[in-house]
Design a protein around this ligand. Structure first.
Ligand SMILES: Cc1cc2nc3c(=O)[nH]c(=O)nc-3n(C[C@H](O)[C@H](O)[C@H](O)COP(=O)(O)OP(=O)(O)OC[C@H]3O[C@@H](n4cnc5c(N)ncnc54)[C@H](O)[C@@H]3O)c2cc1C
Length: 239
């Protein structure tokens, strides 16, 4: 937080910033919060709510809790290729959020989001375009495309375009495209996840750890589920 004030002194003049300074808040912005507090001081807390991915939490747990760390490390994350596309004009055959491809289908794409329908406020003012996000990989990333470090972006783009042509009959070339590989970006629940969670919760209870596990590694990966689970945890604390 203090780095932030130093970088932009005008930030420190707002009532919120002044209150943050007075009360020595340990978090300020999403980018600076953890780094600043971690660098500058140690925080003692009676309860810790952790929303790190399980495998990252496993790495920072004390060696005294090696069994818990091993259980957490079993909840792995997978990589996803995200391909953003923009086409001139209104080219979708229908309006909607998008679609997911069932795993039983022989398709290299996980799903496509129709961004220009979902977020029309982000559309180009003045010219009509269609924006799509195509997602590929996940648990099958390496099997389908090789190692995320060495995958060829043009190859991913060509698969995305061929799939979109096949599914949505969009034949034209995009006016904009961007390929990003998000490494280990989403947890993959595998067979045994529920019993793993039971063992994790049992361990935390047995050792009376003041630790509350939040985030996408445990009880649902969607944003809604993450928020819902955090809310439930906080409300249960109040009682
Ligand atoms: C491509 C993609 C598309 C998705 N689409 C949807 C969708 O349409 N709808 C939906 O509901 N959900 C969607 N999801 C899922 C959802 O976005 C995520 O599951 C959710 O945002 C996870 O939130 P989180 O806070 O648990 O984890 P994250 O957002 O991954 O946050 C974890 C944070 O911990 C930080 N961190 C990690 N290790 C450390 C450490 N040691 N110290 C400090 N910080 C650390 C990371 O930098 C990160 O900021 C999508 C996910 C992906 C990857």
């Amino acid at each position: 937080m203090w780095d932030y004030f130093e970088a932009d002194p005008s930030v420190g003049t707002s009532p919120l910033a002044q209150r943050a300074r007075k009360e020595r808040w340990a978090s300020w912005s999403l980018r600076k919060a953890c780094q600043s507090s971690y660098k500058r001081w140690m925080i003692e807390a009676r309860k810790v709510m952790c929303s790190l991915p399980a495998k990252n939490l496993a790495k920072i747990l004390s060696p005294a809790h090696a069994h818990l760390a091993n259980l957490l490390a079993e909840i792995q994350s997978v990589s996803v290729a995200v391909i953003n596309l923009e086409f001139e004009g209104k080219v979708l055959p229908l309006e909607g959020f998008g679609y997911l491809v069932p795993s039983s289908e022989p398709c290299q794409v996980l799903g496509v989001v129709f961004d220009s329908c979902t977020f029309p406020e982000h559309n180009h003012p003045g010219s009509e375009t269609t924006r799509l996000t195509c997602m590929m990989g996940g648990a099958w990333f390496e099997e389908l495309f090789g190692h995320p470090e060495s995958v060829d972006s043009d190859h991913l783009l060509s698969i995305a375009l061929a799939t979109i042509e096949d599914h949505l009959k969009i034949k034209q070339k995009p006016i904009y495209s961007l390929v990003n590989i998000h490494r280990d970006c989403i947890p993959q629940y595998t067979v045994g996840h529920s019993s793993r969670l039971e063992q994790i919760n049992k361990y935390i209870k047995k050792h009376s750890l003041p630790l509350f596990l939040l985030g996408s590694s445990y009880d649902g990966v969607s944003v809604n589920e993450c928020i819902w689970n955090a809310r439930k945890t906080v409300l249960a604390l109040d009682r």
